[in-house]
Design a protein around this ligand. Structure first.
Ligand code: AMP
Length: 505
């Protein structure tokens, strides 16, 4: 069997060659067109001297060229390295050098950054999708026949740099087998199905992130559904797109649902939608409920990470969305909740999520460090508990737990309390070193537009709802918080943005 991820594209193209595969702007591309373009690119890249295992970096937004580049590179046995097109040249330079990229595919808006960063890597050829080179590669490949070589499941398909919410980016190595396994597990769910071939899927989540790439695009391609690409999330424009293209499923992130709740015409625009999912960051209960009130649609929440390609658990498994829960593990994955020593916690207690199964990554580039242990378990760093139905609730990131005089304080619990206060748009709670208690609970809070909010109000609100050791001792009302691609607060960057001294003021 050929385990190449691009075989999903091939199979869907055989099933219905003339149906719509990708809609981008005003243009619709059929399955046969995308499949042929991926073939041509694969052959063209090989003709250009690239060999199986070489890395091809993509500095592209959500455009049709991304889809062609990803599947074309995969088909040629090359490893895609999608990078955030909003990165600056120093950021791109570091990642290109780390990945040892042989080629960087860019679009007009990222050409300048590419040229500035490529000096870090003389062996890396830049190709713009707007250039003759791109057309040439597609054309030259078009006449060539790429000898079909069966890809092994453990061959590398993707190098995805992930910093989580802190630290230096590391390249997670995902194989063809891992990417396929996650898709196949999701396709095995039937009530309701995650996606079927007459679905029209909105892909607005960035495809340089695993959620947009494998769960939005990859899953839709495997099912043979139509992909409607959108390069940038704007609440009004995205609703217009959903209505005009009769979108039926949306892969989303909490910030999107929150923004839609405040957008007029939501219910009408969602008339054709049958399934919505959220992941990548916690979906506030308030947003889940408000969205259901406004549209009659309940959002399925999932949990996963780059290292697990990505979905670990989702409420799609039981088929019933539940506010505040990420549902149950996908069939085919093993999951355990363990304490610091690796012992399984008592039922209902919070423990670190350990995951084992075919969609787990091979470790971090280049040597596989940090991968699953000898028994195949990967420790996620997330803390969760299972409720009486067996549905998981995420509590926090293990390394973000704050230790106040020896007591565990889960920042998420404090953030949820602060979120409940009228006038709060968003809150981030972190620990800072403290001479007296080891760590002190510090809250950075953003006010809703037009609302006035004081540190005293927040302190009073917390004091009536939280034990004293959990109450923030330092509270700052700030302009904005830094975010990751899926809308998580990038806690590792808070210090850069506000500085150590700033926490105390
Ligand atoms: P990434 O590798 O960028 O996808 O980030 C993965 C991390 O996002 C996980 O380890 C979790 O900490 C967090 N995450 C993903 N989904 C959820 C969710 N539904 N609720 C809360 N946190 C989530």
């Amino acid at each position: 069997m050929n385990a190449n991820i691009a075989e999903f594209l091939r199979a869907s193209a055989h099933r219905h060659p003339d149906a719509a595969c990708v809609v981008a702007g005003d243009t619709t591309y059929t399955w046969a067109e995308i499949d042929r373009a991926a073939d041509a690119l694969a052959a063209g890249l090989v003709q250009r001297g690239l060999h199986a295992g070489d890395r091809v970096a993509l500095l592209l937004g959500n455009c049709v060229e991304f889809v062609i580049a990803y599947y074309g590179a995969a088909r040629a046995g090359l490893v895609s390295v999608p990078l955030n097109p909003a990165y600056t040249s120093p950021e791109v330079a570091v990642l290109l050098a780390d990945a040892g990229a042989r080629m960087l595919i860019v679009q007009p808006s990222t050409e300048r950054v590419a040229e500035e960063s490529a000096s870090a890597l003389p062996g890396c050829e830049i190709v713009s999708t707007a250039s003759r080179d791109w057309a040439e590669i597609l054309r030259s490949g078009g006449d060539a026949v790429l000898a079909e070589v069966a890809t092994a499941p453990d061959a590398l398909a993707l190098l995805l740099f992930t910093a989580g919410t802190s630290g230096r980016p590391k390249g997670a190595m995902l194989t063809h087998g891992a990417l396929r396994a996650n898709i196949e597990m999701l396709l095995s769910l039937t009530e309701p199905p995650a996606v079927v071939d007459d679905d029209v899927v909105l892909v607005v989540l960035p495809m340089f992130h695993v959620y947009g790439l494998n769960t939005a695009l990859g899953l839709a391609v495997a099912a043979g559904a139509t992909v409607v690409l959108s390069d940038r999330f704007d609440p009004v424009e995205s609703l217009q797109l959903i209505a005009s293209r009769a979108v039926t499923t949306v892969a989303g992130a909490p910030a999107m649902y929150q923004a839609w709740c405040a957008t007029p015409g939501l219910r009408e625009a969602m008339a054709t939608v049958r399934l919505l999912s959220s992941g990548g960051a916690p979906l506030p209960v308030r947003v889940f409920e408000q969205f259901a009130d406004l549209t009659g649609l309940r959002i399925f929440e999932g949990y996963g990470m780059t290292e697990t390609a990505p979905v670990v658990a989702t409420t799609l498994v039981s088929g019933s969305p539940k506010a505040g829960s990420v549902g149950r593990p996908l069939p085919g994955l093993d999951l355990r909740l363990a304490d610091e020593d690796g012992t399984e916690v008592d039922e209902g207690d919070p423990g670190e999520v350990w995951v084992r199964g075919p969609s787990v990554f091979r470790g971090y580039w280049p040597d596989g460090a940090g991968g699953p242990d000898a028994d195949g378990w990967f420790r996620s760093g997330d803390v969760a508990y299972a409720d009486e139905d067996g549905d998981l609730h995420l509590v926090d990131r293990r390394r973000e737990v704050i230790l106040v005089s020896g007591f565990n304080v889960y920042p998420r619990e404090i953030e949820l309390v602060i979120d409940d206060l009228e006038g709060v748009a968003e809150a981030a709670v972190v620990g800072v070193p403290d001479d007296a208690t080891g760590e002190a609970v510090t809250a950075l809070v953003v006010a809703r537009r037009g609302a006035t909010l004081t540190a005293e109000q927040i302190a009073d609100h917390c004091a009536t709802r939280l034990a004293r050791f959990k109450c923030p001792t330092v509270i700052r009302v700030v302009e904005a918080l830094p975010h990751s691609a899926t809308g998580k607060v990038a806690k590792g960057r808070l210090r850069d943005v506000y500085g150590d001294a700033g926490y105390g003021s």
